[in-house]
Design a protein around this ligand. Structure first.
Ligand code: ADP
Length: 703
């Protein structure tokens, strides 16, 4: 038998050997290529997970109206429990020019970062500061207020992310704080950043995750590289485009690395390279000893036997490997799905819009706390035809129940998307009614019909503001029409006078004077309207304001009507308050101006500015005069737009001054009122917040 085998073997050996040799080399080559692909796949999958996570956080941050520290912590909470290999921290960063720094710092201080100090670096105008930062590696809370625009690599990623409105990965660089570490412990880091856009498409900043290269590569590639017996090295580029090795991982197998693959691939607007190497002794079929043996006299029988054993053995281990891989992937997918679900839940919990998702039968699959808050009642009625009665859904003017078939969620269940449908919700939980704007979308394809989603927001305040604006526009039109009618009337008179050939200067002067007065009144009106609108919309720049110094400056500039005696203005011990300097100047200017203006002709105005204690941290400021006083019953009305109490006599005005004052004080969180000044005249009082310095003095004085 063996002779026969030997005979056949020697007869066939040479030919077989040649065929085997080339087949095995080909097999080894494709094995190596496949392994390099698997490594690349592992890196891209893991990176995509980070990118998706960050994108979800950024979307959540954009959907929140006021992103304070608590909201940010809520949004990023799930990430702290998620295993994010190599991630050091997750932060919010915002842009600011050098001039905007105090304002930006103040804004975020009021949003839950009271000790935030923005520390600009460099002489440039544009900066990017970290505002909130959550450690992800169990380390101490990261320092905030750092200017991260000075490092070329992160800056490039910030710019790319903002311009492309998509996640970007930076080139690798050495962290500032790592520069002091001994050589061996340093590792290159990189950031992943996602731009945050508000729901109106306004750019708000970035969320960014810092990652250490070696830790990231280590954990991402470890599992695959061990199973595959390959060494892996991740390459990136520095800001100048020069290739750099980020980190590598060597497989625990002996032998000279004589097989190599280089793969380049794109990740979040960056290009990475992977160098995969392995000893050919570890790649099945790469060594060519077998054909040599055969060629040297091996038998086909032993070869077949060995081949059979090989196929059986490797087949079994291959199958086992595949099962392990599949279970591993399944476990990973499950963990990923769970963490994404937690993240989605955190986002839904923190946004101010209501979200409700129903299945094809109208049964709730999901809704968020905002939905319950806006609707005022539980979302527990699963029959679409009962929704109108349960939630109290009415037409926007409240006149009739909202037609069931027109409800956005019901239209969405029928496959029809809707946007901004307005309705009024009135029920036991919302007895005063809320106006909401609802958008509905079908979920999935028509064939699947898995359900529908509705997103809605409370637009009550917005609608009230719109109504106010319309009413205000009406008032403005009326106010402007009066001087315009005067101008038009006198212009006509003038033209008739000229047509009649009258050249008497006296006859011409009267219409001309009235036309000029009308034009002047319109100019004043437009000026005051502009101030009125500005005090509503301009951003507040809150600083410490020395009210005494400011009052002295304003008093010096108060104008007196021609022929009136100089006013006497007495300024008491006024405190340092927190406020917007420009707006407070306007407030004092209007009040002092009025106190001087509304005085009987020929009499000098007597005005005093004093303080009176208020609740802790706040103070009353009072402007009292001995002038005409305010007619009974108009103490509140004079703060309304265009309301004038003294229309007789030489007191010109637009009736907007006190409306501006009220708005300024309200925007500072205070209140304003008018009262009679005992002994004659009027007294205007308003509250402002004391500066930290004056809080102590105020308390001491109160004791
Ligand atoms: P304006 O002075 O342009 O008419 P304001 O809004 O400043 O408009 O004031 C509204 C009205 O309140 C004035 O027309 C006037 O009748 C009354 N008023 C305001 N300040 C005083 C004051 N110090 N003494 C008496 N009346 C005042």
């Amino acid at each position: 038998m063996s002779a026969l085998v030997a005979l056949i073997g020697s007869a066939g050996a040479l030919g077989v050997a040649a065929v085997l040799d080339s087949d095995q080399r080909q097999a080894a080559d494709s094995q190596m290529t496949r392994r390099a692909e698997l490594v690349t796949e592992a890196v891209t999958t893991e990176t995509r997970r980070y990118v998706d996570t960050l994108q979800t956080v950024a979307a959540g941050a954009g959907a929140v109206e006021t992103l304070d520290a608590a909201k940010f912590a809520q949004l990023t909470g799930p990430l702290r429990t998620m295993r994010i290999s190599g991630a050091t921290s997750l932060a919010l960063a915002v842009p600011a020019t050098t001039g905007q720094i105090p304002q930006v710092q103040e804004l975020w201080r009021t949003r839950g970062a009271p000790t935030l100090e923005l520390k600009p670096v460099g002489t440039g105008e544009d900066h990017i500061f970290t505002i909130y930062s959550e450690p992800l590696d169990g380390g101490p809370p990261a320092v905030v207020g750092t200017d991260v625009s000075q490092l070329a690599e992160p800056l490039q990623a910030f710019t790319r992310a903002r311009d492309s409105k998509a996640v970007a990965i930076s080139n690798t660089y050495l962290l500032l704080r790592d520069r002091n570490l001994p050589e061996g412990q340093r590792q290159l880091s990189f950031i992943i950043t996602a731009p945050v856009f508000g729901s109106a498409g306004d750019f708000r900043g970035w969320v960014l995750m810092g990652l250490r290269g070696k830790d990231f590569v280590g954990s991402t590639i470890k599992r695959v590289s061990e199973n595959l017996s390959v060494d892996v090295m991740l390459h990136d580029h520095d800001a100048a485009g020069k290739p750099v090795s980020v980190a590598g991982l060597a497989a625990l197998v002996p032998g000279e690395r004589d097989m190599h693959r280089h793969v380049e691939f794109s990740v979040a607007q960056n290009t990475w390279g992977l160098e995969v190497s392995a000893p050919s002794s570890e790649i099945p079929g790469a060594t060519s000893a077998l054909p040599a043996t055969v060629a040297g006299g091996g038998t086909i029988a032993s070869l077949l036997l060995a081949g059979l054993v090989y196929v059986l053995a490797t087949g079994r281990s291959r199958a086992q490997h595949r099962v392990e891989q599949a279970t591993g992937q399944l476990r990973e997918a499950e963990a990923e799905a769970r963490s994404q679900a937690t993240l989605t839940e955190a986002v839904l919990n923190s946004i101010s819009d209501g979200v409700a998702v129903v299945d094809a039968n109208g049964e709730y699959i999901l809704h968020n706390p905002a939905a319950k808050r806006i609707l005022g009642v539980d979302l527990n009625v699963n029959r679409p035809d009962a929704w109108q009665a349960h939630y109290g859904i009415y037409l926007p003017d409240g006149s009739a129940p909202f037609p069931v078939e027109k409800q956005p969620l019901i239209r969405a269940l029928e496959g029809e998307p809707t946007d901004g449908v307005e309705m009024l919700i009135r029920n036991a939980g919302q007895p005063n009614g809320v106006r909401i704007s609802v958008s509905g979308r079908p979920l999935g394809s028509e064939a699947e019909q898995p359900g529908a989603v509705a997103v809605f927001r409370d637009v009550t305040a917005q609608k009230a503001q719109e109504a106010d604006l319309t009413a205000f526009a009406g008032l403005v039109a009326h106010e402007i029409r009066t001087p315009l009618t005067v101008v038009a009337g006198y212009a006509e008179l003038l033209s008739e006078t000229v047509d009649a050939g009258i050249t008497d200067p006296q006859a011409l002067r009267e219409p001309l004077t009235n036309i000029t007065a009308g034009a002047q009144r319109m100019t004043r009106l437009i000026h005051d309207l502009f101030e009125y609108v500005t005090t509503q919309d301009a951003a507040l720049n809150i600083t410490n304001v020395d009210l005494r110094a400011l009052a002295a400056e304003v008093a010096g500039g108060v104008s007196v009507a021609p022929g009136q005696p100089e006013p006497e203005i007495h300024i008491g011990e006024l405190p340092v308050v927190r406020g917007d300097f420009g707006m407070l100047r306007q407030l004092l200017g209007n009040l002092l101006g009025n106190a001087v203006k509304y005085t009987a002709p020929g009499e000098a105005a007597h005005v005093t500015l004093t303080v009176r204690p208020d609740r802790p941290g706040w103070t009353w400021i009072e402007v009292a005069d001995r002038g005409l006083g305010i007619p009974d019953g108009q103490y509140e009305a004079i703060f309304d737009e265009f309301h004038r109490a003294h229309t007789e006599g030489p007191y010109g005005g637009t009736g907007l001054g006190l409306a501006i004052c009220r708005r300024i004080v309200q925007r500072h969180g205070g209140m304003i009122m008018a009262a009679e000044n005992e002994g004659g005249g009027s007294r205007f009082s308003f509250t402002l917040q004391l500066s930290h310095r004056d809080k102590g003095r105020h308390r001491a004085r109160q004791k």
